[in-house]
Design a protein around this ligand. Structure first.
Ligand code: 13P
Length: 247
């Protein structure tokens, strides 16, 4: 049985002080018996939020990392640095990074491999544009993203990964995929993972849905057989995040 995992992606929001205040306000409101809870906060807020949630079962994640260990990569942060702070998760390949920062499937694979090598859990994001959906190529496109993201990842490491299916047209638009649409693609993600590894391995990998998840639609989405929780943007910055976890 896969345990649900609900991750908040705060994106580029809140100062460190505001981040601590918000983390304090939700830490008593979320029931971590219901799901694994992860707060993916801006890099400057990692240390203070880690301190704010210490002693709870809430984990902290980064929103990005570099795939090299160290070196002349101005502005970048390595997996080792994140691990040394107590960070447990890292989002890789979010569609905003693919779109605005030219991240490629190959780069996402390098980041996922490095994250795993250092002991971080990568939350690997995949998802189609509206145009791709309208062209009827959603499943082919997402399958390819998954295949490349998992290249050279062993099955021992694959089971640690989380995949987040986030249709780009549903992100920040208030336009959620129906639970059937989300389930169809999450099932396809699991199928391709089954082809790469085995059905048994694929059955252990958690697949989230992301895109306008809120306190009202979460329980229906998360009740689908192949949806193991959510990657939540806008609603993760509101008290509503607790409703999403506790639903
Ligand atoms: P929204 O929940 O704001 O649509 O964002 C989803 C997302 O991109 C999470 O990574």
């Amino acid at each position: 049985m896969r345990r649900k995992i609900i991750a908040g992606n705060w994106k580029m929001n809140l100062t460190p002080r505001e981040a601590v205040d918000f983390a304090n306000s939700i830490k008593s409101a979320v029931d971590t018996d219901k799901a694994d809870v992860v707060l993916c906060v801006p890099a400057v807020s990692l240390a203070p939020v880690l301190e704010a949630v210490s002693g709870t079962n809430i984990s902290v994640g980064a929103q990005n990392m570099h795939f090299e260990d160290s070196g002349a990569f101005t502005g970048e942060i390595s997996a080792k640095m994140l691990v040394s702070m107590g960070v447990r998760y890292v989002i890789v390949g979010h569609s905003e990074r693919r779109e605005y920062f030219a991240e490629t499937d190959e780069g996402v694979n390098k980041k996922a491999r490095k994250a795993l090598a250092e002991g971080l859990v990568p939350i690997i994001c995949v998802g189609e544009t509206l145009h791709q959906r309208e062209q009827g190529i959603t499943i082919d496109f997402v399958r390819r993203q998954v295949r490349i993201a998992f290249l050279e990842i062993s099955q021992e490491d694959a089971v640690k990964c989380v995949v987040a299916y986030e249709p780009i047209w549903a992100i920040g638009t208030g336009k959620t995929a129906t639970s059937e649409q989300a389930e169809e693609v999450c099932a396809a993600v699991r199928q391709v993972l089954g082809e790469i590894y085995s059905v048994e391995v694929a059955a252990k990998i958690r697949v989230q849905y992301g895109g306008s998840v809120n306190g009202k639609n979460a329980s229906e989405l998360f009740s689908m057989p192949n949806i193991d929780g959510g990657l939540v943007g806008g609603a993760s910055l509101k008290p509503e995040f607790a409703d999403i976890v506790n639903h």
